[in-house]
Design a protein around this ligand. Structure first.
Ligand code: NAG
Ligand code: NAG
Ligand code: NAG
Ligand code: NAG
Ligand code: NAG
Ligand code: NAG
Length: 303
């Protein structure tokens, strides 16, 4: 049997196998940046891990909640489950056992060629591997720079295998979550995340933190100003200073002092303490708080 006829038989056999063999790709909509790179192995076979419908099979999304993404809405081509990698991850290709005696190769193609499958006339330098491969091979990291890459099966006899789904969409993402090299991700005050349609990983800060790297503590969100005073962050530099603008009758750094002097029974359930010649505080009894009977810890009032 010639190599050619054997190859045709393999293809014929595979075509029988994939009649209804389309699968749904597993994926999370939002992923968190891993601190360690990870290897991924893609099995290059049309028999499993092949999807056709862009949204429901390849990206496992609920069509009814899609509205904002319109571009690829009608893109339904059989392909190996699209892949998203972190910059630095390694990618291995393992070939279908029945291809192994014939060998296979992948070619880096444009989006249009990915959609239509490459025809003759590709450039030698776009071949992912230097020769036909059998078994497990690593893709040179030079092919896996930041961005979206399209690889397609290439065979002397035309685009048959590519048409059956042997083409891969790989998106490599980098993170912008570190203020400087070696700094903790999101300054330790947030998570470094990427939604499936985003091109990069970015910080999502815990409450009270803000900034590209969650490096800013939002002092006003801790509500240091009392009695309905308004809070303004004072200096970008220190990041932890604020100013309270007190409503009339209130005073002090945190607007906790009342303008005036202690009078008998000014404070309903607590002790009255003069702070300055014209402001006073109510030190509330246990279990009482309030606007006019103000709260301060007794410890701060000793002396
Ligand atoms: C898709 O979304 C709709 C509306 O949000 C919901 O009713 C339906 O159950 C979802 N289907 C799947 C398969 O998640
Ligand atoms: C989707 O369909 C529209 C019109 O039907 C067409 O203009 C567009 O090129 C198609 N997109 C793709 C990616 O095939
Ligand atoms: C892969 O192909 C695309 C589209 O033709 C091209 O823009 C890109 O430069 C190629 N990648 C490499 C590493 O040659
Ligand atoms: C390839 O995957 C990216 C997401 O990683 C997606 O935005 C793009 O539309 C896909 N391209 C094709 C042609 O399916
Ligand atoms: C103002 O509030 C801050 C934090 O809530 C506290 O640390 C500080 O001691 C208060 N200052 C005064 C003068 O009450
Ligand atoms: C706080 O101020 C807002 C407007 O600045 C006002 O509507 C509200 O009544 C005030 N609340 C109290 C408890 O004084």
């Amino acid at each position: 049997m010639t190599t050619k006829s054997a190859f045709c038989m393999v293809v014929f056999f595979l075509q029988l196998c994939i009649v209804n063999g389309q699968g749904i790709c597993e994926r999370q909509m939002i992923t968190e940046w891993r601190t360690e790179p990870k290897p991924t192995i893609i099995k290059w076979t049309p028999r499993e891990n092949v999807c056709s419908d862009f949204y429901t099979e390849c990206w496992n999304m609920n069509k009814s909640i899609l509205g904002e993404i319109s571009e690829e809405r009608n893109l339904s081509i059989p392909q190996i489950c699209p892949l998203q990698l972190q910059l630095g991850d390694s990618l291995f290709i393992s070939s279908e056992p029945s291809f192994q005696s014939y060998g296979m190769n992948l070619v880096n193609v444009s989006k249009e060629e990915f959609i239509n499958c490459p025809r003759a006339g590709f450039l030698q330098e776009q071949l992912i591997f230097v020769c036909q491969i059998k078994g497990l091979h690593q893709v040179d990291p030079n092919w896996l720079g930041v961005g979206t890459h399209y690889f397609a099966e290439l065979h002397k006899r035309g685009p048959l295998l590519c048409n059956m789904g042997l083409r891969l969409n790989v998106t490599v993402k980098q993170q912008f979550c570190q203020q400087s090299l070696g700094a903790p991700l999101c300054s330790g005050h947030g998570k470094c995340l990427s939604h499936i349609w985003e091109k990069t990983y970015n910080c999502h800060c815990f409450s009270q933190y803000s900034g590209t790297f969650c490096q800013k503590f939002d002092i006003c969100s801790a509500k240091p100003c009392h009695n309905n005073a308004s809070c303004t962050e004072k200096s970008e530099l220190s990041g932890d200073s604020y100013e309270c603008t007190c409503p009339p009758k209130f005073s002090g750094k945190n607007c906790t002092e009342i303008v005036g002097q202690c009078q008998p029974s000014t404070c309903f359930n607590g002790n009255c303490i003069n702070v300055t010649p014209n402001t006073f505080l109510c030190e509330c009894d246990k279990g009482f708080t309030g606007r006019k009977h103000l709260f301060l810890l007794s410890s701060s009032l000793s002396v």
